[in-house]
Design a protein around this ligand. Structure first.
Ligand code: MG
Ligand code: MG
Ligand code: MG
Length: 307
């Protein structure tokens, strides 16, 4: 019980998993007994990274015990965190998202920066503490940055992320573009995933003003191939809408090579998508040129239009 659990958000992505592992290392360097855990299945992109480094997936947890000490990385919204987070003891947060629905009863170390990846902040924390970054951590950090920035193409990517990535590439001694493209492509191999798995893959439950939404993002190299599964995806989206009493479900199918998305949306507030992107939905779907970032181009824009 004394061990501090370190984790990122539900439906974990590469930043969430790698940041948990890097944060575990950071805390251990400070002689703090910490353990990285995860709140859901590891996606294929992240598996590529863990296989590359020959390291094991963090242990899966579900519900926290009351009073459990935790460190949150890559998220802060309780709706995206572990079950019973309300009754855990949050020791520290390192994040790069909007702050929403976060509350503690005691003082907390909270570090938020508007950069493209949690790993960029962790890199700075290692530097500030004069901790050496070893090759393994360098590759973990670099993978998180490549993933969140879609190889530096996302509008969330800052100069700082790029500078840090270049430093990490030197330590890791790898070619960022070759490694990065391999890693991203590994994540787009979705053929053996069920529709149910696809609508949960990178799903985030968020409030857009008063509108209760789930926004899921699936990376692909062929929007066309994904659209072949539109009907089964819509069935699963409808199930989730009913289960969680959602106002809208937004599925972004993101073409990582051309930096566009196709949206499929269902629910009584689909109009928000039309309003936000000035598009007309035909059969619940529309093409959104240049839209790749949920954090910057979807959540704030839809929240604004929900008012
Ligand atoms: Mg994340
Ligand atoms: Mg992130
Ligand atoms: Mg993401």
């Amino acid at each position: 019980m004394d061990k501090i659990l370190v984790f990122g958000h539900k439906s974990p992505d590469t930043d969430t998993i790698t940041s948990s592992l890097v944060m575990e290392k950071y805390l251990k360097n400070k002689n703090i007994d910490a353990k990285a855990v995860r709140l859901g299945n590891v996606n294929k992109e992240t598996k590529y990274v863990l296989n590359y480094l020959k390291i094991e997936e963090p242990e899966l947890i579900d519900t926290l015990e009351d009073g459990q000490k935790v460190v949150l990385v890559d998220h802060n919204e309780f709706a995206q965190s572990a079950n019973n987070i309300e009754n855990a003891k949050i020791m520290q947060v390192v994040d790069h998202h909007r702050i929403y629905g976060f509350e503690t009863s005691e003082p907390v170390n909270y570090r938020a920066e508007a950069v493209g990846c949690t790993e960029t902040i962790l890199y700075k924390m290692f530097k500030e503490a004069n901790m050496e970054i070893e090759k393994k951590e360098a590759i973990l950090m670099l993978s998180g940055i490549i993933s969140d920035s879609l190889l530096f193409k996302s509008p969330t990517c800052t100069k700082e992320d790029i500078d840090v990535a270049n430093e990490l590439a030197k330590i890791a001694d790898i070619d960022v573009n070759t490694y990065g493209l391999e890693m991203l492509k590994a994540g787009t191999d979705l053929s053996d995933l069920s529709a149910e798995e696809l609508v949960k893959l990178d799903a985030k439950e968020v409030m857009l003003g008063n509108v209760k939404a789930v926004i899921d993002q699936v990376n692909t190299i062929s929007i066309e191939d994904m659209l072949k599964r539109k009907e089964e995806l819509e069935n699963e989206m409808t199930k989730t809408i009913n289960e969680k009493s959602l106002d809208v479900f937004v599925l972004l199918i993101t073409d990582i090579l051309n930096s566009n998305s196709q949206v499929i949306t269902l629910g009584k507030r689909c109009d928000l998508v039309e309003k936000s992107y000035n598009v007309e939905l035909v059969d619940n779907t529309a093409f959104l040129p240049g839209i790749v970032s949920r954090k910057k181009q979807v959540i704030p824009v839809m929240t604004q239009n929900a008012k």
